[in-house]
Design a protein around this ligand. Sequence first.
Ligand code: HEM
Length: 532
Amino acid sequence: MEYIIQSVRDFRLTTSEVIVYQAIVCFVIIWCQFKWIRRNFESVAAKMKGPKGYPLIGSSFDFIGTPEQVMEKILKIDDKYSPGPIKIWVGPYFGVIVIKPEDVQAVLNNSKALQKDRFYDFIKNIFGEGLLTAPVHKWRKHRRLITPSFNATLLNQFFPVFNEKNKILIRNLKKELFKTTPFDLWDYIAPTTLNLICQTAMGYNLDTQSEYGTEFENAMIKASELDSLRMKTPWLYFSFMFKLYLKLKGHSDVFNTLYKLPLKMIQEKKEAFAQRKILNKPSAVDVTDNERNKLKVFLDTLFELNEAGANFSDDDIKDEVVTMMIGGSETSAITICFSLLMLAIHPDIQDKVYDEIYEVFHDADETITLEDTSKLVYLEQVLKETLRLFPVLPLVFRKLQDDVKIASDDLVLPKGTTCIISILGTHHFSESYPNPWTFNPENFNPENIANRHKYSFIAFSGGPRGCIGSKYAMMSMKVAMSTFLRNYSVHTHYTFDDIKLKIDLLLRSANGYPVTIQLRDRRPTYTRDKKL
Ligand code: HEM
């Protein structure tokens, strides 16, 4: 006994030993706290399958690589664990990928799943706090005020602009006629959709200012690449590291350049709005030189709401304008390019689309009306099938503000979970679409739609925070596609398997949209063999 007491008395630790033991104790405390905080997540995770996650970094290593490699990895995970739900550790955070339409419906319609996940903070240097990224309290107020700008009656007024801008597209495309070398559709379609949204939503005519448009588009693509790189690279999560990276790589100006055009548009509209107020004139937009249509545009509505006390700050207005410009142009441009490429790869389907267009317009060059677009049923099937195969936004991230029950296994996803709705996975779920990687517009004929779950097609997301511009998008894309196909037939040497996908913030074709065009033979295809 005495020996033990003596040993305790003699027990001495060196300074370095004290430091080591203290570090171990600290580590154990932090580890226990970490495990305690995650206990709800870990117990749910134990019931699910998913890629291996390492402490703190989770599955981050799975998403390192070029945009093409990242896309391949996403597809592999969806494929391996479909139909989920799939657990995934996003860094130290618990994430669940949902794929099954029933699960998607349960999440998108839950009022506790409206908050965007922390990953959207990384794109606030582009979108600020516009509708897409806004926290729920701000989003509710703005969405309620902005939604009327997208009602069907107002959309109807945009048709003269849709027609006008697409006629310019047709004129521009003439220089590609009779060429055998393919060109990239993107070079023509992207400026058109940007021009459309600038005119219809902001009342701003880009035709005479195309250099601003080009600068904006280039900055937008670069900014998307940089933000998506940041999302995948944990050391760039810190603002100072990201700023340093931009500086070292010479990209410091990208975000300022991106804002040049929106700020210029806002300034000009603000002055015009003030001027109109003095003269007491209603808002109006030039559609053509000869024709003046009274057209209520989104940006005017924001100024008017402000007059009525809505309190949009200058930053709020800038954020909403940038959100509409990018949300409304890039998405439609990518979809139109993919759709035309699909028709070039599938000439029989192109013929069917053209025959429908002929039924509606015959060979006249009349302008297209809202009523006409409702008759282009097969064209709509083609657009939806393209969006199914290539959903522009393949993943949507929500942060659960409370426990949310999903349909699969009656699982309850705990508050704080990052819920990843895999639009891509849902669209390639073989129970909904038996040959998920085949282009088949019949997937969207009325009978097949009726036999499928409503949430098996979610290209525009769904629920209260779904896309505000889905009707606008479908109408404007129908006008673009039908105007294009009335004038040109589209061809390619590409096959479906040649298409490589990549993802920055949006899903795109990694090798562009290479096609050639020919003047359209305006006769319906079923009469062409006969002598007319
Ligand atoms: C093919 C075209 C389009 C597709 C596939 C598409 C898809 C989507 C998707 C999936 C979302 C949900 C994003 C998320 O939850 O993170 C969304 C939101 C949004 N979209 Fe679209 N979109 C398209 C066209 C448009 C157009 C033309 C506009 C505007 C004119 C627009 C404006 C918006 C806005 C403002 C939001 C945020 C809505 C909110 O959070 O309340 N989109 N879109």
